[in-house]
Design a protein around this ligand. Sequence first.
Ligand code: PMP
Length: 396
Amino acid sequence: RFSVVPTAPPDAILGLTDAFNADTNPNKMNLSVGVYKDATGQTPVLQSVKAAEQKLLSNEKTKGYLSIGGLQDYCDHVRTLAFGDQVPAERVAVLQTPGGTGALRVAADFLKTQLPGAKVWIPTPTWDNHRAIFDAALLPNDGYRYLAADRTSLDLDAMVADLREKASPGDTVLLHGCCHNPTGIDPTAEQWKVIADVIAERRLLPLIDFAYQGFGDGLEADAVGLRTVMDRVDEAMVCTSFSKNFGLYSERVGAVSLVAAQASEAAAANSQLKRMVRTNYSNPPRHGGAIVATILSDPELTAIWKSELDTMRNRITQLRQQFVETMKTTGAGHDFSFLLPQKGMFSYSGLTPMQVDELKQKYGIYIVGSGRINVAGMSESNMQSLCDAVASVLEG
Ligand code: PMP
């Protein structure tokens, strides 16, 4: 019977990594998958994480199940990191989930079952998995315009027009809290106010994907968009991921938060979110959440983590600047200064699919077909050869 099962297409980004691994070019570079790398090309375990793990190992008493919603102190920290003290705790339901992806899937199942008929509006472009997750949950979704035709800026007018004219009251709008993936183009503080006003005026439900807090301008600065929206509305959902900012990719650490207008509504929504979890993965894995809770409950470990996060963010900013500067010296005559205001690990380079393909074939440089570059995949040592290769495909 399995003879009827067709082969699924490979994942666009993870498939590229398979091709990268098989490439024998000694100078190959992987600028596709969204993982932070240090100057030695490693994705290190943070010192704060190692210290927390040591504490956990010596104090661990049981491998018993967590509750469906996960660790309570972890969930309290998730709420504080996202909302500060802007929203009273009793109006927020938080559940620990396996990564940000798990959070998005629980949110999608919740929206599909509890708000039947409502559509989710997602930015064009967005992380490919958004649409895939919503489709898998049978949740109707559609795109709103985000990236301007020049592919280097946000088209706020088009975004607002789509949210005002295409989305119906009661629909959900997915927003990247910061460090938009794949473009690196975030709204400014002023633009967030305009977006928040439209969401409030059109009675849309904001669903904020918050996967890079601290990778843009800093932990608090990166929450400005979310908090501007929360100033205008009393209902929202947030999907948190700690994969990047704690470097906990493989531990699958995330959370889904729901803000309701009343405490009683938050409690009812919480009970439904738990139903979604129970029939999906039953309850979350303990380890990653326990690491985050251990760090954030200990002022010393928190200080170490914050400085490690600053290091990661500053390195990405420097690499982006270095790329722009080095490109100027290649004589390709193509100014990449538009990358400078972009935030987070990713940048839309403007390279065409043909140029991307040439970089792969000729130079072993792997970039996603859309031209999205993982800036954190660059390094001081490969910068010149990367820029020479980019210059040559631009000239070609
Ligand atoms: N949202 C966005 C925008 C992301 O880029 C990612 C990670 N690539 C996620 C969510 C999911 O993160 P996680 O690995 O924690 O599932």
